[in-house]
Design a protein around this ligand. Structure first.
Ligand SMILES: CC1=C(/C=C/C(C)=C/C=C/C(C)=C/C=C/C=C(C)/C=C/C=C(C)/C=C/C2=C(C)CCCC2(C)C)C(C)(C)CCC1
Ligand SMILES: [Fe+2]
Length: 527
């Protein structure tokens, strides 16, 4: 298993032609661009956690029925400093690094304060974000790195902080139909306040501004104060509907005092994140028009969530689908010391990912008796009970268990939808299947093959889309048997039958997230 998780991968910056078996539809033209950790040791030093690895961006280019593969390490300041020093000198979430391990505490502090290394990591390994014509590799710090989607070359380093006061920002932004980006981030103890900030990056700027970053035109939409100044909630994604932004403030929280002293205490930042299972999870609905949280307090039981699936409004309710856990075992599972030969033994999740539907009533009888279920949607078993103090306690409907890395047809984002595409995982971090779930009938379609570990399945809509699932699923498949070459799998999203596979004879890495860029959105100039 070390082979799949812990081993450094080689980059392949020059295009490698894949061997295509099957028929690719002629309309499939563009680039599947993905991101994830590829290097876990530098010299003699090793990262502690899989989410710390140096970003390796890779792409599959579809051109006239042919597929080309490339991969390139993000030349972040973090990468360059580490490679030059031949050891890890920049801290990541799960690994605290000391530029000179021999230094005493005083010297360590000096090094820290004198910023001889980048203050915070720009190792953006989680996802790819599109702003206007630009593409960025993203992580969760205030830095993002522009990349050339054709050559995977690393371009400018952009600091969100120059445009909006955030220390952390999600790697799962949303896009509206015009392509404007909606994202959120946390501003920690800024001017005595800790808050969650929601902002917009426009998809178009005046022609003469195009050379500069679209972020220059970033606009703050609103902010929500954190329930606690020193314990903001951690979040990895959020949801949107036509009229609302959904932010789930979970009791999985950062401890700011611990964070501030972590460097000197010799512990990683991840140790400053903890799950308070006795607390509530608050569901915030921010009205896009008033830019305010709706006045009713809405909550559910303590949970940990990383991925929102989708959200929409229906007959006066907001429906929110997420993948949730009953504890923080997912993050723990990805410590590299656990992802070795004894993986099955070491990485038993104590809670499996559960895809849950929460339903929040928008309008209800204010005089309803305490304990009344305010959900009036016949299609769901989710409830929302009126409490004595006027707040609403939500209990979800279970849509299905054991799925992660969810994707949908993004044209249905924020709208009533029917299909989720995801990888299936049970009690260990081994994704063995790709599934399509019909949330209406709860029926499943499955793709699986021996020794195959599928990545996040990306939905690409067909140009003459009539139904939600008219399109393709692209998933890069890593193999656990060294004799079997990895490949990009192309499935018909409707039937889940294989249309083609493009095999590449390289040591493909297991990645996290990415996007498909249709040819029309690719600026040929960059080629
Ligand atoms: C704190 C802080 C900081 C830092 C930060 C950082 C550094 C962060 C990072 C972060 C990160 C870096 C994060 C990450 C995350 C991720 C996630 C959350 C993911 C998820 C995933 C999943 C869910 C998975 C899945 C899978 C796979 C991948 C394979 C196998 C199978 C499965 C499906 C399981 C600073 C300095 C700024 C300051 C302030 C505070
Ligand atoms: Fe994610």
């Amino acid at each position: 298993m070390d082979v799949i998780f812990g081993r450094n991968k080689e980059e392949h910056p020059e295009p490698i032609k894949a061997e295509v078996n099957g028929e690719l539809p002629s309309w499939l033209q563009g680039i599947l661009l993905r991101n994830g950790p590829g290097m876990h040791t530098v010299g003699e030093t090793q990262y502690n956690h899989w989410f710390d690895g140096l970003a390796l961006v890779h792409s599959f280019t579809f051109k006239n029925g042919e597929v080309y593969y490339r991969s390139k390490y993000l030349r972040s300041d973090t990468y360059n400093c580490n490679i030059e020093a031949n050891r890890i000198v920049v801290s990541e979430f799960g690994t605290m690094a000391y530029p000179d391990p021999c230094k005493n505490l005083f010297a360590k502090a000096f090094c820290y304060l004198s910023h001889t290394i980048p203050e915070f990591t720009d190792n953006c390994l989680i996802n790819i974000m599109k702003t206007g014509e630009d593409y960025y590799a993203t992580g969760e710090t205030n830095f993002i790195r522009k990349i050339n989607p054709h050559t995977l070359e690393t371009l400018e380093k952009v600091d969100y902080n120059k445009y909006v006061a955030v220390n952390l920002a999600t790697s799962h932004p949303h896009y509206d139909s015009a392509g404007n980006v909606l994202n959120m981030g946390t501003s920690i103890v800024d001017k005595g306040k800790t808050k969650y900030v929601i902002f917009k990056i426009p998809s178009s700027v005046p022609e003469k501004e195009k050379k500069k970053s679209y972020l220059k035109h970033l606009e703050v939409l609103c902010s929500i104060p954190s329930q606690s100044l020193l314990h903001p909630s951690y979040y990895h994604s959020f949801g949107v509907t036509e009229n609302y932004i959904i932010f789930i403030e979970q009791p999985f929280k950062l401890d700011i005092l611990k964070l501030a002293t972590a460097y000197f205490r010799g512990v990683n930042w991840a140790s400053c994140l903890s799950f308070h299972k006795e607390d509530k999870t608050w569901i915030h609905l921010i009205d896009k028009k008033t830019k305010k949280d709706i006045s009713t307090k809405i909550y559910t039981d303590a949970m940990v969530l990383f991925h929102h699936v989708n959200a929409y409004e229906e007959d006066g309710h907001v429906v929110v689908d997420v993948i949730s856990y009953s504890d923080n075992s997912l993050y723990q599972m990805f410590y590299l010391k656990n992802l070795n030969e004894d993986l099955e033994e070491n990485t038993k999740l104590t809670s499996i990912p559960a895809c849950k539907r929460f339903v929040v009533p928008l309008w209800f009888d204010k005089d309803a008796e305490v304990g009344t279920n305010l959900v009036k949607l016949p299609s769901t078993t989710a409830t929302a009970l009126k409490e004595k103090d006027g707040s609403i306690y939500c209990q979800p409907e279970m849509l299905c268990e054991g799925i992660e890395l969810p994707r949908i047809n993004y044209d249905y984002n924020g709208k009533k939808y029917r299909y989720i595409y995801a990888t299936e995982v049970r009690w260990s971090p081994v994704p063995t299947k790709i599934v399509k779930i019909d949330v209406l009938t709860k029926k499943k379609l499955i793709w699986e093959e021996e020794h195959c570990w599928p990545a996040e399945p990306v939905f690409v809509p067909s140009p003459d889309l009539k139904e939600e699932d008219d399109g393709l699923i692209l998933s890069s498949i890593v193999t656990s048997d060294p004799r079997k070459a990895p490949f990009l799998l192309i499935l018909d999203a409707k039937t889940f039958t294989e249309m083609a596979r493009a095999t590449v004879n390289v040591d493909l890495h297991l990645d996290l997230h990415g996007i498909f860029i249709p040819e029309k959105d690719l600026n040929a100039e960059h080629e």
